[in-house]
Design a protein around this ligand. Structure first.
Ligand code: HEM
Length: 446
């Protein structure tokens, strides 16, 4: 294991914030699969990044009791709420996962398919031939509406419009450095009234919460057993002890799902449109595959298409939206890939670097969906959604969603990238998205 000593801690932190992928590339080139940084500021604990599959596998199996996840996730508390799954540990974390996982898996997913395609068509129906649209602006609109309708089960109407408006503006602000610094520096979290930055945030949060609590209490009275949205399923779910979620727990999970599920999937979709349209053979193969479904095209047949699946997998490999898994702090001592780490060390499996290892992926910088048709990768070589007991609970849902949104738009329109400016990965909140907004011209609509 190598320790980066030449660059001061503050500079390392700034490099990581300003240009994270370049920072990781240069560290991996200098130090290899495992390296230790001081990234949180002066006197910060050592942060060890891993990209070798064996080390990542070891990280995932360290018993939860030996690790502290809260230190690194505290920053999310004012946003997600203290009962959020992301902030839980041990038994409470298990309980939340047990309640949250079923609605996001298996047959449940099938009931969301038609809705996803319909929302996509509604939002794109006004696209005119020769007009230019910014994919990076449209995709969050689509994924937010999908989350509100499919996850929250809120249908268009006054509350839906109010929530959509308030969430869009808050989420937009959160991605701006000046607003997001409020969450990273607790001393800034002082309420001096609605005109102060923190007071303004608290007021906006209160308004959003009011709408969410109103929806929950209306739903408690409604007792409609036919509802299939995730909020309804969570309201009726019980843990091993027969306990249901409280209103506060429901609110915190909903907000967490929203914040984790909407920008992420929208970011992958922006990469997908960019990569497909900048690789003409991939675009043609994908179109052929979609056309081959003919009259049989429906959500279930679409999501099973092998080439479409490979294109989504390769996009998430080459541009993972989250570069790292949840950081975890060693409580006493642990051993990873033969090395010992002591109390206070922060362990971070690096998704980005694992996906760029030349030992695992031939020509790792090339976009080659075929690699996923020809080879299988282990859960420690390919991990866009992290893994182990902290892995993403929305992985199956977002794969399902991105395939349907993409297939719907590709079937309805022919698009073309505008301009030939090089596109770089840039930070937007906690995600890494394509620079420049991915402007595209509508060439044909069917
Ligand atoms: C392409 C889209 C997405 C990507 C790339 C992604 C990626 C990730 C990653 C890397 C983690 C950390 C995993 C770890 O530490 O091992 C995570 C956690 C999580 N994700 Fe996602 N995610 C996506 C979409 C979603 C969606 C749609 C939802 C729900 C609606 C969601 C809910 C969560 C939750 C609740 C956690 C925390 C799990 C826990 O702490 O136990 N994600 N996601």
């Amino acid at each position: 294991m190598k320790l980066e000593k030449q660059t001061p801690a503050l500079l390392q932190t700034l490099q990581l914030i300003a240009n994270p992928t370049q920072f990781f590339d240069s560290c991996a080139a200098k130090y290899g699969d495992t390296f230790t940084m001081r990234v949180l500021g002066f006197n910060s604990p050592p942060v060890v990044f891993f990209s070798h599959p064996e080390a990542i596998s070891d990280c995932f199996v360290v018993p939860a009791i030996e690790l502290d996840f809260q230190k690194a996730t505290q920053v999310f508390k004012p946003l997600f709420g203290e009962r959020s799954i992301v902030l839980q540990e041990g038994k409470l974390h298990n309980r939340q996962r047990q309640l949250l996982m079923p609605p996001f898996h298996g047959d449940r997913m099938k009931s969301y398919g038609e809705n996803i395609c319909q929302i996509t068509q509604e939002i794109t129906q006004n696209w005119q031939v020769d007009s230019v649209i910014s994919i990076s602006q449209v995709m969050p609109d689509i994924t937010l509406q999908i989350i509100l309708q499919v996850v929250f089960g809120i249908n268009p109407g006054t509350r839906y419009e109010k929530l959509k408006k308030q969430l869009t503006s808050l989420l937009e602000d959160i991605t701006k450095p000046w607003y997001s610094s409020l969450f990273f520096f607790p001393p800034l979290q002082k309420d001096f009234g609605a005109w102060s930055p923190w007071g303004n945030y608290l007021k906006r949060r209160e308004e959003i919460d009011k709408l969410i609590y109103a929806e929950i209490s209306e739903r408690r009275l409604e007792k409609d057993d036919l509802r299939t949205d995730i909020l309804s399923l969570l309201m009726s779910a019980r843990d091993d002890n027969g306990q249901q979620m409280t209103d506060k727990e429901l609110r915190d999970q909903l907000v967490s799902l929203l914040l984790l599920g909407y920008e992420t999937t929208a970011g992958v979709l922006a990469w997908l449109f960019y990569l497909i349209h900048s690789h003409s053979t991939v675009k043609e193969k994908l179109r052929e595959e979609l056309d081959s479904l003919g009259e049989c095209a429906n959500p279930e047949s679409i999501v099973q298409l092998p080439y479409l699946t490979a294109v989504c997998q390769e996009t998430l490999r080459i541009h993972p939206i989250a570069l790292i898994c949840t950081p975890r702090m060693v409580k006493d001592k642990v051993e990873i890939a033969g090395d010992k780490y002591t109390s206070g060390t922060i362990l971070v499996p690096s998704i980005y670097l694992a996906h760029r290892r030349a030992e695992t992926y031939s020509e790792p910088d090339k976009f080659q969906p075929e690699r996923f048709l020809n080879q299988k990768y282990t859960a420690y070589e390919y991990l866009p959604f992290g893994g182990g007991y902290r892995g993403c609970i929305g992985s199956a849902f977002s794969m399902y969603e991105m395939k349907l949104v993409l297939a719907t738009i590709l079937s309805d329109f022919k698009l073309e990238l505008v301009g030939d400016r090089p596109v770089k990965p840039v930070r937007r909140g906690i995600t890494i998205v394509p620079s420049g907004g991915v402007p595209m011209k509508v060439k044909v609509r069917s």
